[in-house]
Design a protein around this ligand. Structure first.
Ligand SMILES: *[C@@H]1O[C@H](CO)[C@@H](O)[C@H](O)[C@H]1NC(C)=O
Ligand SMILES: *[C@@H]1O[C@H](CO)[C@@H](O)[C@H](O)[C@H]1NC(C)=O
Length: 494
């Protein structure tokens, strides 16, 4: 959604930031005790004070222009830091009146037009005076350049380089905003009580989640390339797993070798299942992402729809070890849930908080897991991945009436690096960077031959074409890696 032009411009800004050593934009690391004392004291206070600068956040429709919005007295637009089809969060700021040193804010010297994906909304990159940086982009409803006075850039001393320079457009972090405005452990616990999702499994689901310890306790085996015939059991905490490194194919996990045990472990054990929670700054520290990771011992086979006919895809799509996640994005200004991310195969979708389905007991958003594949959706129903208009595709089926999981009761805080070393004890298995399942042993083209054997000629071709165009991860040729290996662990979810 973000044009490559915006992306390259922001990369330039980041390059400028990172190369600007000695100009005061790289802060000294504060000791952990300092962190502990101060953390969270500005979270959900409605405003964030950054020594001379007061920042607030306003929510506007994505098609709103800056000049549709009336700001409180003394405030200026800093620009928009997030993009979505419907709502957008925009920062505004004013200088503290007691500020006597050099000004914190200054108007840009120019606006550069940026290609926009919002039809009648135009985006502008502010060009700052030397010593200042733009904090966001300006949206306007006109192709003519906005007045220079319509936005302010911020003195560069207010920024620091971000830890999470993922593929997000919001790459600039305000200095100390993470330490001051991110929730502390108590505040995280309250957010988990208020917003933890309800997960709804499909009524026909045979492959439910389990805790990671249950998987290890119930016969999961660690294989190594150097001794593939001598797998070893894994202790419940996963201390026996190789820690760190990269996914070099040297190790992998697998189900127990006994067939009956294999089937038992594939089914998972919902009563033990936990949601492993990773808390991290997003949008340059102006928001908190709470990521809930679920582990399933087994990902079941795919199913296709060709016209009116549903076809099981044999072994295609199956793999051992399936990690799926949903993410809550909470504003650090008001502590309120703004949107939620649903992981679907290798990507996912953001849904505005106003469009989520909430369960009646409490106001917690629902997440529906698809049959066998466990992709997450905000609503129950069928979604086809493929040629939707022709009615041909892989079925992502979610439905009411299956088992549910109350994540409030099952959330375990597994990582929150910004809280400082030792604030959260990370489970040992989180440092395991290799595959949670073996490379599959079936031959995809043989599976397809089996599938199409009894179909009439035209259908044969359709199914073959569909399967050939499926993304490779749907073939499950490799078990997936764990949460820490996913790009979204360090970067913002895109
Ligand atoms: C902006 O979007 C909202 C919601 O989609 C719509 O109701 C409204 O008419 C739009 N306004 C303009 C000026 O396009
Ligand atoms: C969900 O879990 C929380 C925390 O244990 C509990 O307070 C709440 O009552 C549960 N909700 C339901 C409907 O069981």
């Amino acid at each position: 959604m973000v044009s490559s032009l915006i992306y390259s411009m922001l990369l330039l800004i980041v390059f400028f930031l990172l190369s600007g050593s000695g100009n005061g934009i790289t802060p000294a690391k504060e000791p952990t005790s300092w962190k502990k004392k101060h953390q969270g004291h500005q979270f959900a206070k409605g405003r964030i004070e950054l020594g001379g600068l007061e920042i607030r956040e306003i929510s506007t429709l994505a098609n709103a222009s800056f000049d549709d919005v009336t700001l409180p007295s003394g405030f200026f637009h800093l620009g928009s830091r997030s993009h979505s089809a419907l709502l957008t969060l925009t920062l505004i700021a004013r200088e503290a009146s007691h500020s006597n040193s050099s000004p914190a804010l200054s108007p840009p010297t120019d606006f550069l037009p940026i290609e926009s994906s919002f039809g009648t909304t135009f985006l502008w990159l502010p060009v700052p005076l030397p010593g200042f940086l733009p904090a966001g982009l300006l949206r306007s409803a006109s192709t003519s350049k906005p007045l220079l006075s319509s936005l302010r850039c911020v003195r560069q001393e207010f920024f620091q380089s971000c830890d999470n320079t993922g593929n997000s457009p919001a790459l600039l972090c305000f200095k100390n905003i993470v330490d001051d405005a991110m929730p502390n452990l108590d505040q995280i616990t309250k957010l988990l009580q208020k917003y933890s999702p309800w997960v709804h499994f499909h009524p026909d689901e045979r492959y439910l989640p389990s805790s990671v310890s249950w998987f290890f306790n119930n016969g999961a085996l660690l294989f190594s390339k150097t001794d593939p015939n001598g797998p070893t059991p894994v202790d419940p905490a996963g201390r026996a797993l190789p820690q760190g490194g990269t996914n070099d194919g040297a190790y992998w996990l697998d189900l127990p070798s006994d067939d009956a045990e294999k089937d038992r472990v594939k089914a998972g054990e919902l009563s033990t299942a936990e949601a492993y929670v990773h808390v991290k700054p997003a949008l340059g520290g102006t928001a908190t992402d709470i990521v809930f990771w679920l582990f399933y011992p087994f990902n079941g086979p795919g199913r296709a729809k060709v016209g009116l006919i549903n076809i099981g895809l044999g072994h295609i799509g199956e793999h051992v070890g399936d990690w799926e996640h949903v993410t809550l994005r909470i504003s650090n200004f008001d502590g309120v849930l703004k949107r939620m991310y649903f992981s679907q195969h290798t990507s996912g979708t953001w849904v505005e908080a106003t469009d989520l389905v909430y369960s009646t007991p409490g106001q917690r958003p629902a997440a529906y897991a698809t049959l066998n594949g466990h992709a997450f959706y905000p609503k129950a129903g069928l979604v086809l991945q493929g040629e939707v208009e022709k009615g041909i595709g892989i079925r992502d089926d979610t439905a009411e009436g299956g088992q549910t999981m109350n994540l409030t009761a099952r959330a375990v805080i597994a990582a929150a690096e910004y809280l400082g070393d030792g604030a959260v004890a990370e489970p040992a298995w989180l440092q395991y960077m290799r595959d949670w399942g073996p490379k599959v042993s079936y031959d995809v083209s043989k599976e397809v031959d089996k599938l199409v054997r009894f179909l009439p000629g035209k259908m044969k071709r359709k199914v073959r074409n569909l399967v050939e165009r499926l993304p490779p991860e749907l073939f499950g040729q490799e078990g997936p890696t764990g949460p820490k290996v996913k790009a979204s662990w360090d970067g913002d979810e895109v």
